[in-house]
Design a protein around this ligand. Structure first.
Ligand code: M6R
Length: 359
């Protein structure tokens, strides 16, 4: 039941610390012992020399995020494809290319068909990252890493997304450690549920931003690097439940087209974590400000020089590894509050189904 919450989506947003705790539970030893992801998962990962991720919607965004991790932290080539596209084009595996199929429900028709096709094309095994143990995808895969988010009722995926990222982060750690990388990433992941809690406590401050969106027709979401997929996810959340047209862009692409749309009627949301791309992002934001765009920036104190034309929301300092998991939270909360303000059917947005079991 929804309990004290007004909507399932809100309940599921607030369940994230607990859900993430469960995803990590028993899999991430405190000492130097190997990760405990199950024998089958570990052996699929041990053989992988390249990765192909197949998924749809929000699960696809989790895959896009993980690709940055696989390439930068594990030095493994990784491609991410929308399952409905993969099915209908010719694509061939590299030697020992592992498929990672990501799906909350495990019943998405396009993802299931893509997995089937991947096997026929000679990919080297299928690891499913899935929230439902007995699902079709779990049965079709060679190994399953369960996200353990618990049932997700709201059509807009929230806790499924962050637990997918946590599960993917575990596979990234396993592969990075295989390459001999030892770092503080384990500790960073272990701190994740507590840090998520801290950010959820900002809910009422984020609610105050919602009014600036409710009467708008368009919005832009910007991020760079591993936070670009987070911008895509923020845009998907907003369009799905508030029916406001939103686009996610890597901030460096602005001047190649979308800048033409920016004016006072266009709220622009930027995720600006303290990473190596912050300086680049700053100048992208100046381009928006100079055109009169209303900026909403999430970043650590001092990240940007905020003055006129910008509403800055301060985020706690965090380890770069888990930063995408934290920065999606304010975007989830923001779209939730915009939808509530607009009075849409938050848990069951028009035209959409929770799991898309037909093509
Ligand atoms: O169950 P799945 O993860 O396979 O579902 C994939 C998409 O249909 C799903 O993520 C969809 O995009 C959500 N409604 C987004 O909030």
């Amino acid at each position: 039941s929804r309990g004290e919450y007004r909507h399932y989506m809100q309940k599921e947003i607030f369940e994230q610390p607990m859900a993430l705790g469960r995803t990590l539970q028993g899999r991430l030893p405190l000492d130097d012992a190997p990760l405990a992801l199950g024998e089958k998962t570990m052996s699929l990962l041990a053989n992988a020399r390249a990765i192909r991720i197949l998924a749809c919607g929000t699960s696809y965004h989790a895959g896009l995020t993980a690709a940055y991790w696989f390439e930068s932290l594990c030095r493994l080539p990784c491609r991410v494809e929308v399952a409905s596209e993969f099915r209908y084009r010719d694509s061939y595996p590299m030697p020992n290319e592992l498929v990672i199929a990501i799906s909350q429900s495990g019943e998405t028709a396009d993802t299931l068909a893509a997995v089937h096709d991947a096997r026929e094309r000679g990919f080297d095994g299928v690891l499913a990252i899935c929230n439902v143990d007995e699902s079709s995808l779990a049965r079709a895969a060679d190994a399953v890493l369960l996200t353990r988010a618990g049932p997700e009722i709201g059509v807009a995926s929230t806790k499924a997304f962050t637990t997918q990222l946590a599960a993917l982060a575990l596979t990234v750690l396993a592969l990075a450690e295989r390459e001999g990388v030892r770092s503080d990433m384990r500790q960073a992941l272990l701190r994740l549920p507590t840090q998520v809690e801290e950010i959820l406590a900002m809910d009422s401050a984020i609610e105050e931003l919602a009014a600036a969106f409710a009467d708008k027709h368009h919005a832009l979401f910007l991020g760079r690097g591993v936070h670009y997929p987070i911008a895509l996810e923020g845009a998907l959340k907003l369009k799905e439940i508030s029916y406001i047209h939103a686009e996610g862009y890597p901030a460096g692409e602005l001047k190649h087209g979308p800048l033409a749309l920016v004016n006072e009627e266009m709220p622009v949301v930027a995720v600006a974590p303290n990473d190596s791309l912050l300086e680049k992002l700053r100048s992208n934001l100046e381009e928006v400000r100079a055109r009169g765009g209303q900026l909403f920036v999430f970043g650590e104190d001092g990240a940007v020089d905020h003055g006129g034309g910008m509403r800055f929301h301060s985020m706690p300092a965090c380890h770069p590894f888990i930063s995408p998991i934290l920065y999606v939270l304010p975007l989830q909360m923001l779209s939730y509050h915009v939808a509530v303000l607009k009075g849409t059917d938050v848990d069951r947005p028009r035209n959409l189904a929770k799991s898309v079991t037909v093509e």
